[in-house]
Design a protein around this ligand. Structure first.
Ligand code: NAD
Ligand code: UD1
Length: 359
């Protein structure tokens, strides 16, 4: 049985689905601070089976001990954590407590239970403002620009030290680039509780009429069109990477680092254009000054994951945007019927109507 912490969250839920699809049994530990039990129903519907669920916190050692005593857990995928960059600047202690403290407590409980296989949801943010592009795993970790980034790097360091101290540990640090998109059924995706910080959730809320305009942070970078370039990766491809990493880690020893990205960067304007072309919805935008802490560009060299895991992102940017929009339409229809006034261009009326009809 695999323990997925944060398994009702955006990425964790896709990972759980992936594991269920490979016949694994799964127990989720989540405190629901940024997700809800609805994910469990969605996972059960799509996966044809239920994951077990325990409401709890990775910082609570007693709860973790009980969890390891109650379930025959052989490995842990640790997705639980806080991820809002701006919030981490305002409330750094909460971020270090959850992301670093929670990781330490989890590792302590694992060791006590004799479970030594661990996958950690890390981030390309640990590379900081890398002078080398694309970024491979040998690139030095840089200076993150906010407490969230530091907390991911610190948690990585904790796990690396731990694995160096005891050969029973087999740890995979998965450095995600920019996960976007939703399950291709359109039935499982991200449902931001607050004003989104990230590009795609914000763009989707503009496209669905909940927000007026997309603020594009910076158009004077040394990039193809002056806007920031990122490596967007489909969340289903990302989830597949976890399954392959888990198999590679089982029975192994030490720390392995894998970048999970496509190897292809897109600018903000390229994403907006692709969205309008693919989904037929216009997105009004306004240029703003650069956002503090942003890097101009960041994309992965994902070759190590390809060689060592046989993992390669298969889905295109258009797939990511189409699946994300399908999910946004579903959310809009279910929860925000009055607010929902999509900006549909004439060419796309039929397509958007069919998306909505499918909801
Ligand atoms: P999310 O907020 O949707 O999911 C995180 C889940 O963890 C939520 O369900 C939340 O309720 C739970 N959680 C938070 N603190 C907890 C705690 N102390 N105990 C138990 N549960 C707790 O976020 P996500 O996008 O699915 O991200 C998952 C992981 O991936 C995070 O660790 C994040 O830092 C990392 N990551 C995310 C991105 C991204 O762009 N989404 C990029 C790089 C890394
Ligand atoms: C951000 C975080 C990073 C975190 C990652 C995933 C910052 C500085 N970095 O990365 O630590 O690991 O999310 O959670 O917050 N953009 C806009 N308008 C918007 C939103 C974004 O123009 O409303 C631009 C950004 O300037 C950037 C690109 O879109 O060029 C991608 O931004 P975002 O989705 O926030 O991801 P990152 O900046 O890569």
């Amino acid at each position: 049985m695999i323990l997925v912490t944060g398994g009702t969250g955006y990425i964790g839920a896709q990972v759980v689905l992936q594991l269920l699809g490979h016949g694994q049994t799964v127990v989720i530990l989540d405190n629901l601070c940024n997700s809800s039990r609805t994910s469990l129903e969605r996972i059960a519907r799509l996966g044809g089976r239920r994951a077990r669920f325990v409401l709890g916190d990775v910082r609570n050692r007693a709860q973790l001990d009980a969890l390891f005593a109650d379930f025959p857990i052989t490995a842990v995928i640790h997705c639980a954590g806080l991820k809002a960059v701006g919030e981490s600047v305002r409330e750094p202690l909460r971020y270090y407590d959850s992301n670093v403290g929670g990781s330490i407590t989890l590792c302590q409980a694992m060791a006590a239970a004799g479970v030594f296989t661990l996958i950690f949801s890390s981030s390309a943010t640990v590379y900081g403002d890398s002078p080398r592009m694309p970024i491979d795993e040998r690139c030095a970790t840089g200076l993150p620009t906010n407490p969230y980034g530091f907390s991911k790097l610190m948690a990585e360091n904790v796990m690396t030290s731990l694995a160096a101290s005891d050969a029973r540990w087999s740890v995979g640090l998965l450095r995600y680039f920019n996960p976007i998109g939703a399950h291709d059924s359109g039935e499982l995706g991200e449902a931001p509780a607050q004003i989104p910080n990230n590009l795609l959730p914000y763009l989707l809320q503009v496209a669905s009429g909940q927000r007026d305009v997309l603020h594009v942070y910076g158009n004077d970078y040394a990039t193809v069109d002056g806007t920031g370039v990122r490596d967007y990766v489909h969340v289903m491809d990302l989830a597949e990477g976890h399954w392959l990493a888990l198999q590679a880690l089982m029975g192994g020893s030490g720390v392995q680092v894998w970048n999970l990205g496509t190897g292809q960067g897109y600018s903000v304007l390229q994403v907006v254009d692709a969205f309008t072309r693919t989904c037929g919805v216009s997105v009004p935008l306004v240029f703003e000054p650069r956002r503090a802490g942003d890097v101009a560009q960041c994309w992965a060299d994902p070759d190590k994951a390809r060689r060592e895991l046989g993992w390669q992102a298969r889905r295109t940017l258009d797939d990511m945007l189409r699946d994300a929009w399908r999910w946004e339409c579903r959310l809009a229809a279910q929860h925000r019927p009055i607010l929902y006034t999509p900006r549909i261009t004439p060419v796309a009326v039929a397509q958007a109507a069919s998306e909505l009809a499918a909801v």
